[in-house]
Structures are given as structure tokens and as C-alpha cells.
Write a protein that binds this ligand. Sequence first.
Ligand code: ADP
Ligand code: MG
Length: 292
Amino acid sequence: ATPLAMIRGGGMAAERGILMRSGEAFQIMSRLRTVVLDKTGTITRGEPGVETVVAVGDYRDADVLGWAATVEAASEHPLARAIEDAAEARELPLGDAGEFGAHPGRGVEATVDGARILVGKPAFLAEQGIDVAAADEYRERLESGGRTVVAVARDGVLVGLVGVADTVKADAAEAVSGMRELGLTPVMITGDNERTARAVAEQVGIERVFAQVLPEEKANRVRELQQQGRRVAMVGDGINDAPALTQADIGFAIGAGTDIAIESADIVVMGDRLGSVTDAHRIGVNSYAKTK
Ligand code: ADP
Ligand code: MG
């Protein structure tokens, strides 16, 4: 096969901000069946904002947010940034944090002014033996609306909840229906809980959802789909997504992406349009057809 059409295809892709790092990705494109999409930063804008803070018991909202922000200052997670920004907007003073510990895909902890503060998904706090039942009703309501709830505990006692919203990208629903038109089945993968994930998936028209997938398990989910005989693309932006990008037949790094995601990808998409995935597919299929 002459690589000329593929080179031209690469040029057309580059004009659209799509960089093909492997020629092989082009050739596989026509046999692609499944597109696995990370939720945060891929389907959503990846710019979560704090909507609500609710204190439990005798604590004040400002205490809850201030403690959470003090711990999150050491984390680079998008949720951490949202919590820090909210504390800053309310001009809350941060305490002194020490003995920081990170639990990837679950949460973070540190000692703040002598107390152990744990911040993370409610299921993770429950695993640590913290009673989160007081939060159930509020959490379910927020999650049904596609929000993520971050729970905050102090010395093993739940002290409050932070409701965070991350809106879906403007072109996400259109890109998902474009994938279906090309015969591709979109699948969402996320470390977030099932209810939040389903609500977001519904907003963009995705039916199949893998929720509560720990960072180290994302690549396994991709492999399982491949073992069912499908060619699988993975689209992601984060450090957590790198092994899955490598495992996939075609890895797409989208948005600013982290360096490690970019290095693990076959195709790098500049900008954050999800429609770049279907653009790349069309260009790949056309270019390769012309080489045969
Ligand atoms: P995603 O797959 O959506 O990119 P992650 O795997 O990074 O998400 O995280 C999964 C979940 O773990 C988050 O939705 C959140 O509930 C929790 N989590 C992870 N890191 C943090 C953190 N620094 N602060 C609070 N919660 C966190
Ligand atoms: Mg992500």
C-alpha cells in the first residue's frame, strides 16, 4: 500500500488539530467497533465547580470546606482544584497540613491542626469504617443530577459533604451520535459512582457505562472488550488513563492532556472537542481505503 494517501490524510488531520503518532492507527480505524470514553475531562469539560457545601452535625459549612481545601492543596485531582477554588472564593483561611496521603481514584487525607481529615468518595469513607448514612439522601439526590459528592470526615466522623458539578462538553452529545452513525459503540468508563456516571451518560446518549473503575483497572476493562473480539479505541486525558490508552488498539489523548497520556497515545487531539474522534475516524478510513 502506498503511504501517499496516508500522508495526505495525516495532513488533513493535522489541519484539524489531530496528530497521528502511528500510521498503524490509521489502518485499524476501519475495523474499530467500540470507543471507550473517560468521563472526567473527556466527556465533561473537566472543570468541576463546587455547587453546595453541607455540614453534618454541629459543624459549619466554612469548617468543612476549609478543612477539605487544606487537604486538597496537596492533590492535583480536578476535584481538588474545585474545592481549593471554592475555599479561596469564600476567603477561607487554610490550616497547616501534614502527613499527606493519596488514595488514587478514592480520595486524600492529611492531618490538619491536629485532626485527621479524610476527603473522598463516600464509598471510600465507608470502607474506612466511617458512618456516612447521614449523607445518603442528599448524596442520592445530587448523584441523580450527575453531580459528584465528596465526603469529608474528621477523626473518623463524617462532618460534611461537598457537591461538585462538571458540565458535559458542548459537542459531546453530537459526537456520540456521530460515533453511532459510523457504526461505533460508545462506552463510558469512570472512577466515579454508578449513579453520577449514568446521569452524565444519559445527557450525552451513552447506554453502556463502566463505573467505579479504579485507575489500575481501566486497562483491564479495555482488554476484556478486546477479548470479546472487538477493536477498541480509548479516549482519555489523565495520568490514570495512560495504561488503558496503551492497551487499546487506538489510544486518543484529548485536550491539554497530561504528558504521560500524550506519550501513551497513538493519536493526540489538540483542543477539547470530542468530535475530533469522529473526524479522525473519517479521515483514517478514507485515507486507508485509498491505499488499497
Ligand atoms: P475519573 O475516572 O472520573 O477521571 P478518578 O479515577 O480520578 O475519576 O477518581 C474517581 C473518584 O474518586 C472521584 O470521582 C472522586 O469521587 C474520588 N476522588 C479521587 N481523587 C479525589 C480527591 N483528590 N479528592 C476527592 N475525591 C477524590
Ligand atoms: Mg479523567
